[in-house]
Design a protein around this ligand. Sequence first.
Ligand code: IMP
Length: 470
Amino acid sequence: MRLTEVSPTTDNCCLLNRCFLNNPLANVVVIGAQWGDEGKGKITDLLSRSADVVVRYQGGVNAGHTVVVNDQTFKLHLIPSGILYPNTDCIIGSGTVIDPKVLIEELDMLDKLGVSTSHLFISESAHVTMPYHRMIDQASEERRGDHKIGTTGRGIGPTYADKSERTGIRILDLMDPEGMKKQLRWTVNYKNVILEKLYNLPHLDPEEVIAEYQVYADRLRPFVADCSLKIYDAYQQHRNILFEGAQGTLLDLDHGTYPYVTSSNPVAGGACVGTGVGPTMIDRVIGVAKAYTTRVGEGPFPTELHDEMGVALCERGAEFGTTTGRRRRCGWFDAVIGRYAVRINGLDCLAVTKLDILDEVDEIKVCVAYEIDGHESKDFPTNARQFSRCNPVYKTLPGWKQSTIHCRTLEDLPPKALDYLKFLASIVEVPIAIVSLGAERDETIIVEDPIHGPKRALLYSNGESQAMSA
Ligand code: IMP
């Protein structure tokens, strides 16, 4: 298969794109193009090989990344998977919310496994998840009854709510022992009113909370840094920065399926706000999408399968949440959502994961449009009520009925599997750079390395690569 070689020369490459000039690498954002759980952990782990710095920019311990290296499985909630590379700096940015208890458990686990964490940095501006956040998250879900969101119950929404309400506790607040005592005494007493009066829950003892968080503060102190400055220094030194999104586009607070969303901005734009870098510092955006779709929690899901195919995808794909163990809802690939993700994130290319899960399927459906109230539309409706009335319009493709797990190049793929990928690329209107066929690092087809080299293209609908830009 021919890849169009477009070698950039100083003549034809854009001066603003510094990666073409002084540095052959690029600063990239990796985002989830669906409802989270797309396999971003594996893709960021792969791309981290080319990165000098890996940065988490939003979310908290609601996220869960599974990385498998040499049969060893690492489950990480907060620490970027780049931690497995000893020379890669890992940053937990200001847009994240940090549950110190969970973070320390992760640090301990990595210590036990002999993975160094000396290259981890935590933003002093990140907000801290407190015990009352978890209590309020779980109690308010119960109160919502039929209107529940299906949160992970990890206190994410209430932590971000306090940030907006300006009653939040930041990492830098924990670093000042005397200041922290005063602040926590006031805040815990304030929250006790809500816990007791609104939710009928037992109150918290401020002194116990202070004692607990003092221990956390002491443990985390060596990792705390001005991370925006650290990233900027890395940028100026032409180091290669990878911004790692958690959750997915459809869970974005502003652009997702509100109210069935998380409380942060997983979209690519969130990388700037959540780390304190300007948009001109980002060179490309890579979307990760499964070859089908999954969703955890409540909310509309047009291509959801309620039949044995849904059960088969769930079982074959081991679709159970890393964080909560909940069974994920499964359905066909939704190209309306795919196109929306391309638009909202400005995707340069896509990494398609779990193609192998479709190996046994006779016929594969792809949703190419929605039927809403008698009209067909290829555009994603931002009105949640409209979205819940959308019916998928499907195109059916033949399955390949053959294992793909050992394929390492596009040529190794069964022709029908390649046709399926070409169809996805053409319908979503973005090239495919990476195809993942298993959890292990090497169970992957790298069509074109999206970090190294010029912005050239990858797998397009005609099966050949075409220049994206020169
Ligand atoms: P929260 O983020 O715990 O408030 O949950 C809000 C919604 O986002 C729920 O539907 C969760 O199931 C979903 N969610 C949060 N984090 C993840 C994730 O990492 N993967 C998939 N879904 C998530």
